[in-house]
Design a protein around this ligand. Structure first.
Ligand SMILES: Nc1ncnc2c1ncn2[C@@H]1O[C@H](COP(=O)(O)OP(=O)(O)OP(=O)(O)O)[C@@H](O)[C@H]1O
Ligand SMILES: [Mg+2]
Length: 593
């Protein structure tokens, strides 16, 4: 439960709402106490005056007494209505303060988590699944809200009801109080045990449900593979098994839950019975009035709901504690890369790698070994090499998703870790190997690179990325919505839209990570040769597997197993007859032009 202490700062922030809420809780419970007392007074009055009406029958006075009793009862009823209305208003105010407070806290906590996510580095996002992060920010936060709202409301109301009701009972008759409360501990215990079982069961069901959803979701998003491999039946069978399991567990939960009410009614019934029986004996002894019995019965009923909700509240609190613990675990993770402060840059004049080695911590793979090179403004540089040779890792380092394990990177002569991250990231037009499009229109996806760009500019850069004609042939052209994975588009179209997004940023340096792989060779050549004209003083770093498209580049860096084995111009490298030559020979047969 310690983890819930983290929330104290929020309670402090919303202390006025909390205090006000508590005042409403207590006052609404005080008003609830009027009901049994008014009922007792009513019954007592009837008891007192009714005999008169019989005794004086036929004397003409009886109707006077009857009128008097009716008047008294009318007044008492009116008082019951008024106190109940006031109580209702107070309960409304209690919800308005405490539940509203919990919504405020939920909002603050969501924002805190979201901001924290924003500051974390890509290694964090690789370690934790999207689903995990989503459930922290939605499910866990809402469970914590259930604690700060309903739980606090119920618990405080529960305690005040308990204290007030038991005190009132004791004042009237301790002996009867003792007897009627005997079943109560049993009730609390059994409800608590039952709700624990129910909780365990429902957690399991929750888990199966999420498996079920994941299984369905995977089957749908991978439907082409499923069908293509003719695995429909097997997948369906797996789903059916999960669903059957879900049904069995849900039924067993429902059976458990069906015990709740009867058990509670039984124990409360026992209490009521005891109140009436022992109360009756007390009345006979003259220590008690019939009105007192009615009052007691109402008191017992007032205790029912708090006891009933106890198990539920306990489980809410336990869940909230577990959720808060998970949230705290996330909040405790510090970004392993903190933006530098010393320098700000507004253009990239040079990029220099000095003996850079990078070992990925989680896999222990050394992706780059002792790499040194320099890129000057306006240079067109190609990075080539076999798959897994460390090309993408260069990009990760350039935008500082990772810091080198040893060695240093400089931009404009400043160490990368002393430059404000935002300032140099803004200088890059980076197109990653795995393109990503937002669920938005094509236009907005391109404009993401520079939100202020006009429609004409969007079209201009779409043309530069050779994707304008493709977009024009879409049903709603630039307004076509592309799904989360850009479902309606081909791989090459997605890649070129991402390129347009990078170009429209008008960046100092373009970094293309194999982002023309799904484009035919001719189009790739067309796009790259555009750079010669349009992007003369822009630096271009292009990772590619098609060597002949970068023959005219100023510099080619050849990687092998994480080492930079060769660098230079196409002709020089080719003439050397070593690594580059071998790569080139392998590809020569594929050349299409
Ligand atoms: N985030 C990561 N965490 C751990 N290891 C990684 C990570 N990214 C890459 N690696 C490993 O580093 C090595 C180099 O990977 P990299 O992605 O840089 O290769 P690449 O040259 O871009 O390959 P490809 O041409 O297939 O894209 C690989 O062995 C890969 O498994
Ligand atoms: Mg790569």
């Amino acid at each position: 439960m310690n983890s819930l202490r983290t929330l104290n700062k929020y309670f402090y922030k919303y202390k006025y709402l909390l205090i006000l809420g508590m005042i409403f809780v207590i006052s609404s419970n005080i008003f609830a106490l009027f009901l049994p007392q008014l009922i007792r007074i009513g019954i007592e009055q009837i008891q007192v005056y009714l005999p008169f009406t019989y005794n004086f029958k036929g004397l003409g006075i009886s109707s006077l007494y009857i009128d008097w009793v009716i008047l008294l009862l009318a007044v008492i009823s009116a008082l019951i209505v008024i106190t109940t209305l006031i109580r209702g208003a107070l309960m409304f105010a209690m919800r308005q303060t405490l539940i509203v407070m919990s919504r405020h806290i939920e909002y603050d906590q969501k924002n805190e988590l979201y901001n924290h996510y924003q500051n974390l580095t890509s290694s964090f996002f690789k370690r934790n699944s999207t689903g995990d992060m989503m459930s922290r920010i939605s499910e866990d936060v809402s469970r914590v809200r259930m604690y700060v709202g309903p739980s606090i409301m119920y618990v405080s109301s529960f305690i005040t009801t308990f204290v007030l009701v038991i005190y009132s009972m004791l004042v009237i008759n301790p002996y009867l109080t003792f007897w009627t409360l005997i079943p109560l501990p049993l009730l609390v215990y059994s409800i608590y045990t039952l709700s624990r079982i129910v909780n365990v069961k429902s957690e399991k069901i929750q888990k199966i449900l999420s498996d079920l959803t994941t299984s369905a979701q995977e089957a749908y998003s991978g439907i082409r593979i499923v069908k293509g491999y003719a695995r429909d039946e097997q997948i369906q069978q797996e789903f059916e098994e999960l669903a059957a399991d879900y049904r069995v567990k849900s039924l067993s939960l429902a059976r458990m839950e069906s015990f709740f009410r009867p058990l509670m009614l039984f124990l409360i019934g026992t209490s009521t019975l005891l109140a009436i029986y022992i109360g009756g004996l007390e009345v006979a002894k003259g220590r008690f009035t019939a009105g007192n019995i009615a009052e007691f019965v109402v008191y017992i009923n007032m205790l029912t709901w708090p006891v009933y909700s106890l198990g539920y509240v306990v489980s809410l609190v336990q869940r909230a504690a577990a959720s808060q613990k998970r949230i705290d675990e996330f909040l405790k993770i510090h970004p392993d890369i903190v933006s530098g402060k010393r320098y700000k840059i507004d253009t990239i004049e040079s990029i220099r790698f000095e003996n850079v080695t990078l070992t990925y911590e989680d896999t222990g793979i050394t992706a780059l070994k002792d790499v040194s090179f320099e890129i000057k403004q306006g240079e067109k540089v190609a990075i080539v090499g076999k798959t897994g040779s460390g090309k993408s890792t260069i990009c990760e380092l350039l935008i500082r998703n990772y810091d080198p394990t040893s060695g240093k990177i400089f931009i404009n002569g400043h160490p990368l870790d002393e430059i404000e991250s935002i300032s140099f990231r803004a200088m890059y037009g980076y197109v990653p190997q795995e393109v990503f499009l937002f669920s938005d229109s094509v236009k907005n996806n391109i404009r993401f690179g520079r939100p202020t760009a006009s429609d004409e500019e969007v079209i201009y850069y779409a043309k530069a990325a050779s994707v304008h004609e493709d977009i024009e042939s879409l049903p709603r052209k630039y307004d076509t919505i592309v799904g989360e994975r850009g479902v309606m588009l081909s791989g090459g179209q997605k890649q070129r839209i991402s390129i347009a997004r990078a170009l429209i940023k008008d960046p100092s340096a373009l970094v293309f990570d194999d982002c023309l792989s799904a484009v035919d060779a001719k189009t790739e050549h067309h796009i790259l040769s555009n750079f010669e004209k349009e992007w003369k003083n822009r630096t271009v770093i292009s990772i590619t597997h098609r060597l002949f498209t970068v023959r005219d580049f100023d510099k080619i860096l050849v990687f092998e197993g994480g080492r930079l084995v060769e660098q230079g111009k196409h002709q020089d490298l080719y003439d050397k007859g070593a690594h580059y030559f071998d790569l080139y020979q392998l590809q020569i047969h594929e050349e299409v032009e």
